[in-house]
Write a protein that binds this ligand. Structure first.
Ligand code: SF4
Length: 257
């Protein structure tokens, strides 16, 4: 039976002993450094470049009654629609759409911004380095990936790992809305500013929003930093994320009483 890390110190030791490919990590760090020197990034993601070639492309309308998304009754049906989706420009550059994975009736739903390179290749959410850290974060509060559901605001990889553009997030949001309705979770955890801003409609930054509960319809929403931000700036983000995880653990226990 898995023994979960129960403190930030234990989380540190779990990470230290993780069987990771150091050379692969070194190569990725070099790539990230080059990316940073070329473009900079915020909250662990690159800024969205102007996309003049597609500015005239209007977002698809939100689904109405009778829309196939609204008609889905299972996560598998939502996933089938996502895999075939061409509603926004992001479908053009994807290898695989990434609908999400986990328990159909999970108590806790994790929502990130969008798939990265590894997620695009594998068609699964949070499988790169940030995903490995998310798995450790879950273990630190005695959860497994199989117990929760993990997805993103947009289901297809934005080019060069930029943040989703507002019209892309808007166009893809009905899929997440339907996933939330089907899962009906106790808590929605938003990973990063774009996720919590899209779900709650707030324009506040993640630093102001984290540490307190927010709402999406009847669902409590707990924001925290994206794991990619923790990887890039561990001294800055590890402690607040650990505090948010403890808040999630305690609130979840309270809800289950
Ligand atoms: S990001 Fe969402 S709306 Fe855009 S093509 Fe992919 S599944 Fe469709």
């Amino acid at each position: 039976m898995r023994k979960a890390a129960s403190s930030a110190g234990e989380l540190d030791r779990v990470e230290e002993h993780e069987d990771v490919d150091l050379w692969e990590e070194y190569g990725e760090l070099v790539d990230e450094t080059i990316d940073y020197l070329k473009t900079g990034f915020r909250d662990g993601r690159k800024p969205a470049p102007a996309d003049h070639s597609t500015e005239s492309e209007p977002p698809s309308p939100s689904p109405q009654v009778g829309d196939p998304i609204s008609a889905c009754t299972t996560l598998s049906e939502v996933a089938d629609l996502v895999h075939a989706c061409t509603r926004c420009r992001l479908h053009r550059g994807r290898r695989n759409a990434v609908p999400g994975e986990g328990r159909e009736k999970a108590d806790i739903l994790f929502v990130g911004e969008g798939p990265g390179a590894q997620e695009d290749v594998q068609g699964r959410p949070f499988v790169g380095r940030a995903g490995q850290l998310l798995t450790k974060m879950l273990a630190a509060i005695d959860l497994t990936r199989e117990e929760v559901y993990i997805t993103n605001i947009v289901k297809c990889r934005p080019p060069e790992n930029r943040n989703p553009l507002p019209d892309e997030a808007e166009t893809c949001f009905p899929y997440l809305q339907r996933q939330i309705e089907i899962i009906d979770p106790m808590i929605v955890v938003c990973l990063g500013g774009p996720a919590v801003q899209r779900i709650t409609g707030s324009t506040s930054g993640i630093t102001r929003m984290r540490g307190t509960l927010h709402r999406y319809k009847d669902y409590p929403v707990l924001p925290t930093y994206h794991p990619a931000a923790v990887l890039r700036f561990p001294d800055k983000y590890r402690r607040p994320v650990w505090n948010d995880l403890k808040m999630l653990r305690d609130y979840y226990r309270e809800l289950r009483r």
